[in-house]
Every structure is written in structure tokens, then in C-alpha cells.
Design a protein around this ligand. Sequence first.
Ligand code: IPM
Ligand code: MG
Length: 325
Amino acid sequence: MSGARAKKIAVVAGDGIGPEVVKSALAVLDAAGADFEKVPLEVGLGRWKKTGQAMSDEDLETIKQCDCVLLGAITTPPDPNYRSVLLRIRKELDLYANIRPFHSFKLDFIIVRENTEGLYSGIEEVGEEESRTLRVITRRGSERIAAAACDLAAKRKKLTIVHKSNVLRSDRLFLKTCQKVAADRKVPAEDMLVDAVAYNLVINPGRFDVLVTSNLFGDILSDEAAGVIGSLGLCASANIGEGHALFEPIHGSAPDIAGKGIANPIGAIRSAAMMIEWLGEPETARRIEGAVEQTLLRGIATPDLGKSYKTADVTQAVIANLAKK
Ligand code: IPM
Ligand code: MG
């Protein structure tokens, strides 16, 4: 690494398969020669069981002092008052752009999900007979997510703005704002209703390039997209703000397969590649991506992809492919 000081990464292995896939991702980063200081943090269900708290304010401070976070997965503690640690980190660090690339041999598209507002505003009234959740769409929030999506689309083909403005008046602001940002930047843009996007993702996913959408739509469409690609276990994500970022596989903690050594590490390894790119080492990121592709091409994969290799086998294969470059 060329920088004067080693970058500091908060490592939240988390629960379930989180520690297994984070271990793989760190091994690949080491093998790729990425040099950084790791700050391990125990956050999540394990921590909650010990202390009654999934993450403390000090943990959040530590995270803020690091350059970025690499996160495995967190199991939601069985507490009705639990506030998602992941959502708290996204909000407090203002990680507004959730970038989710979907990549397979035939497909290559990216969902850019607004990560701080929409139906995740946290503004809720909860009652026995009636409950409400406020969907917040702001011009600033829409502008900055559209700008992040346009940065990607400008280097690729086109932008699809995903909305439900025929029903939700809040989405008229989202649509109009995204259209203006795309026009100002001369990025070719179309728009599509979210239900039509859900349909087209199944019947013709190759028609998409970069999609930009609000928080909950992005959450749902990205799981759908992962299914279209073949497995949630393959998919990575970056949560980016101004100066901070968090990288995590899209999958959850999968307690049913935890400890069996069969979790797919590719989502976490690809998240680590996105992290290293964000930290300013795009060449290393590309080498890791290439090694992952070689591994998949050779059919070295975990049971979620119909093969019988273990997490460790896939990790070793990625490392061996790195060496070949
Ligand atoms: C995701 C997850 C989270 C979300 C949950 C765990 C709070 O589903 O990152 O997609 O809804 O954003
Ligand atoms: Mg989700």
C-alpha cells in the first residue's frame, strides 16, 4: 500500500456464518497483499446475550474512527425494542448509497439503493389498532443517490429509475429529481414502475444496467436479483457515505448452516474487494474479482450453488487463483 499510514478497518464478524465468511475474506485480502490495521469488534446477538446490548455507543465511536467497516452478518436479537445495529451504523455514519452489484457469467447489473430514508425513516406510530410508518423522500436524499448512480451509469450504459409514482406521491419527487440529475449529467435514463422491474428482473434481467431506487424497493429487489444470479451467497454490497463506508455480503447470518463450514464465502470476498477498491487499491480489487471468477468457472463452489465444496476449499481456490495472476 502506498499511503503513509495503514488504513484502519473495523471488523465486525457478527453472528451465525458471519465469522466464517469474514475469516475467508480476510485470508484473501492477506494473500492479495492488502495491508491494513484490523480493529475487531464484537457486535450483534453474541454481544447482546452477554451484555443485553448488541452494540454500545463506544463501539460506534470506534467505528467512526476507523476508515471503514467489514461486516459479516448479524442475527436480530429476540427483543421487541431492538434497534437494528446495521441500520444504526448506516444512519449514524450517513452511509446513503447502498451499491449492490449482481454479477454472473451472463449478467452484470448494479442496484443503487437509497440507504437512509424512505420507509426506513424510523418515523413510526405503533398502536394496537393502527400503526403507521412514514415514507420520507427528500430532494437532497434523491439528488445524492441519483448522483451516485449516475457516477456508475456514466461509465456503463444507462440508468433505470425505479419508483411507484403512479400511487405514491412521494415518489414523484424521487422520479423528478433523479431524472433531472441524469439529464444534467447527460446519463441516458429511463424509468420503470417497481412492480414492472420485479417482473422484468425475472424474465429479462439482461435489459438492466444500473438501477436506482428508494430504500425498501432496493431491499426487496436486491434479494430478488440475488436469486436471479443464482445465490445470495455470491452477492456483495458497499454502503458508502462521505468519508465512511461499510462493506458486507448481502446474505444474513444463516444460523441453520452456521458452524458446518459450508457457507459461501464469495459474497464476503467480493465485499472485501469492493472495500479495497474504495480504499484506493482498484488493481488489488480487480485481482480478487478475477480470482473469484476463475474459481466459479472451475465449479469450485459451496452447496448453495449445488456443489459440495467447503467454505475453506473455495477460499483456498480463490487464493491459489490470485497467485496465478
Ligand atoms: C439488507 C438487510 C437489512 C435491510 C436488514 C438486516 C435490516 O435486509 O441489508 O438488505 O433491510 O436493509
Ligand atoms: Mg435485505
